[in-house]
Design a binder for this molecule. Structure first.
Ligand SMILES: Nc1ncnc2c1ncn2[C@@H]1O[C@H](COP(=O)(O)OP(=O)(O)O)[C@@H](O)[C@H]1O
Ligand SMILES: [Mg+2]
Length: 272
């Protein structure tokens, strides 16, 4: 599989803080690729540099073989990169359907003058946007009424509505920033199914997520960041077993294990 997205020695500095340091990343087309690491590791900064919110201090972002570096966020959206945010960013007073149609608008060609004059193309785009919006609400299992204000939707539906809106821009690459945050177990299962369904539509997924069960079950490949550097990369099994990852992040031995280890060394019987 060739890389759809490539980060080449990307660094981002904010004053004295190095958020990302010489990061190389290759996201294969058609994969679900996980980006994990402790808080402050630089994961969201990666999304911000890929989507043009920040410019890298050095290095390149390459998408479908062309550089994204220096492009404005809306141009990057038009090229086929969509995202959701760590903190939900819906239009709370707008309906579920309208929120998705805003996503479709990012792709439309009719400018404001055309929209005001009600030109044919604008009407057609509006009709198509509505149809696509309904289809995406159903695909993302937002089962509440399409006319319900976004702020009234249950939390899990709001998260899935954000994904629907991102999908409305017709991306080839979807970036999800902690989509399971705050979800209950049933909502997480439904989210895992949705992420796989997105991939089955031919959309490559780059997933930031803290829920290890979810990450390990859906990702083909995972990169681990710590203090802005990549400390491990591989299949879920490889990453789970990596000593650097275990030390930095996943399985820091808890105090009880240390204690029982010391007790055994001291000749005490281990607790059950
Ligand atoms: N706009 C910004 N200005 C200053 N520092 C920032 C900014 N964005 C991120 N950082 C810093 O960069 C580091 C990485 O942050 P972030 O990418 O949000 O991490 P993560 O998403 O892995 O928790 C943190 O130290 C954070 O404080
Ligand atoms: Mg983050």
């Amino acid at each position: 599989m060739s890389a759809l997205l490539e980060l080449q020695e990307v660094s981002i500095r904010f004053g004295g803080v190095v958020a990302i340091s010489e990061l190389d990343l290759q996201v294969p087309e058609g994969s679900i690729f996980g980006l994990i690491g402790p808080n402050g590791a630089g994961k969201t900064s990666c999304f911000n540099v890929i989507t043009g919110v920040y410019q890298p201090t050095s290095g390149q972002v390459v998408f479908e073989g062309g550089s994204l570096t220096g492009l404005k966020p809306h141009r990057i959206t038009q090229k086929g990169v969509a995202r959701t945010f760590q903190n939900i960013r819906l239009f709370p007073e707008m309906s579920a359907l309208e929120n998705v149609m805003v996503g479709a608008d990012a792709r439309h060609r009719t400018g404001l003058p055309g929209a005001l004059l009600g030109l044919g193309r604008h009407r057609r785009e509006e009709r198509e946007g509505r149809q696509t919006g309904r289809e995406l609400l159903s695909f993302c299992a937002v089962t509440e009424s399409e006319s319900e204000a976004a702020r009234n939707l249950p939390y899990g539906s709001q998260r899935r509505l954000e994904i629907a809106r991102a999908m409305a821009t017709k991306p080839r690459l979807l970036l999800l920033d902690e989509p399971a945050a705050g979800m209950n177990p049933a909502e997480k299962n439904s989210l895992a199914d949705l992420i796989r369904a997105v991939r089955d539509r031919g959309i490559t997924v780059l997933l930031i997520e803290h829920d290890m069960g979810l990450v390990m079950s859906v990702c083909d490949r995972i990169a681990v960041l710590d203090f802005g550097r990549k400390i491990a990369e591989g299949t879920p099994g490889e990453v789970r077993d990596s000593p650097q990852v275990i030390e930095a992040y996943l399985g820091r031995p808890d105090v009880d294990e240390d204690e029982s280890f010391e007790q055994m060394e001291a000749g005490d019987a281990p607790r059950d």
